[in-house]
Design a protein. Sequence first.
Length: 547
Amino acid sequence: MNLRIFVAFSCVLLCLAPLGGQAQSMSPQIIGGEPVAAAPSWMAELEVSRSGDPEQGSFLCGSVLVAPRWVLTAAHCVRGQSGSQLRPEQLFVALGSADRGGEPAERWPVRAVHVHPRFVYGVFHNDLALLEMQGASALAALDLAKNREMQALIDGAAERALTAYGWGTTESGSAPRMLHQVALDYITPERCARHWSNLTDRQLCAGELQRQGDSGRDTCRGDSGGPLIYHYDGRPWLAGITSYGPPQCATPDAPGVYTRVSDYLAWLESTSGDALVDLHSRPLGGRRYGLPGETLTLSLRLENQSRVNAAHQVGARIDHDQGVRVSADELACSDHDGYSLCRGDASLERGASSGDYRLRVQSSTGATVQSRLWIRPDSAAHDYYRLERDAVTAIFSDQPDLLMAGTQRLNGDTVTLEARLTNRATHFPARDAWLSFRIPQGWSWRSLPEGCSGGAVVRCQLGDLAEGAQASRLLVIEGEGEGRVYLDGGSSSGDFPAGDTQLSFLPSQARAETPRAEAGGSGGGGALGLGWWGLLLVGACLRSIRS
């Protein structure tokens, strides 16, 4: 027998002994990591109690919340080599605490245990188990990575691309109660296969490309079932479930092996019994304008991209600021604190798209108001792949919406400043629009543009700006000094939301500095941020099986 397989099976017999005996003898470890002060909402501890009494339970494995009633873990955590399996009434899921010795925010009995039907003990292929809890967690679940995230992982920088979580002893041999995390390098299948000869394309490897420090970085015994996280687009995604590794954890050039979750989405959907769906909506985005008292209409179209499941009672959740009211055709909308929930009776089969649902947005008081609306698909099931919420800015006013942008360019011994004032409103013109340049000491202008006058402050009359129109002026200055040029703009019709018509430059750093928005403007609950975005600027014991 191959020596590596012999060692692996010896470790399996040693490490899985607790399934028939003392589960509390397992010693979870993360090597080369650091403690986590607050547990992520989705991090779960799987506990076992032979008597069924949760007060007599002990740590078994890590796990991860993937839907309000469902956690994902490793199959070998609940099924032994002989095929014996822990019963649901012996298992409990603890959530919401980094301290596994303390009282968790939630503890749920397990209702059902679903081991992947093709789980192969010993080689640990398909090493997944989906556990249904007896109640729904109030904590946020972790979204599951799909091909988009996994391809980004493969194409991106490998070093410290992944993060694993688990409880237990550290490289010092101590047994901390606190949750630990460790940053791991992505290891390609080709490199991983140098050590592991039985890999499939449904597994994922992580470890250290180059050893740094004495202990290395790795997951280890007891971390089985815990999540392997990939951060992409500023968000965490569940890339893998800890499965196995070398008998000596953090062995150089011996990566840990994780079950690749994106390859099991169809199984997860079908096993959950319609509890998991992948629902998408056509992007809306942008700014929408109306007069106070008017109704804005948004067209919402849904698509069910699930692998197996139908989505029932489809609709949308609309998070919004105060001051607006949401209704919809063919959907029943209910108001909640900070959001509206709009659902209907319709179902979408896998691959199907809905017709257009018309969301209607009004100012709740009929007054001038700006509100950001974050729209995401919703249904009776949990959406396991939620992209960034579609953001729409609804503006009810009888004023234009002005935005200043600008550039500066060095030309020999002069600096050319360009100021551009745009009326973003689609419903109201800007009457008698103007823009101004305030020139610092040590600098002066060479000549004034058309329609401009002044000295240290140059004011330019632009006339009326129609809906969506833009006007610009160039001003050439010369001199020296570290003072700033300030740009401003306005109109006799006002400006709502206010706060994004002011910019400043350091002309002494032309070519090197991009303009920055002035902090003085405050209007409209975040309008300044939108204005800045819009600027046109220059320049094991086989983990060894990790249980």
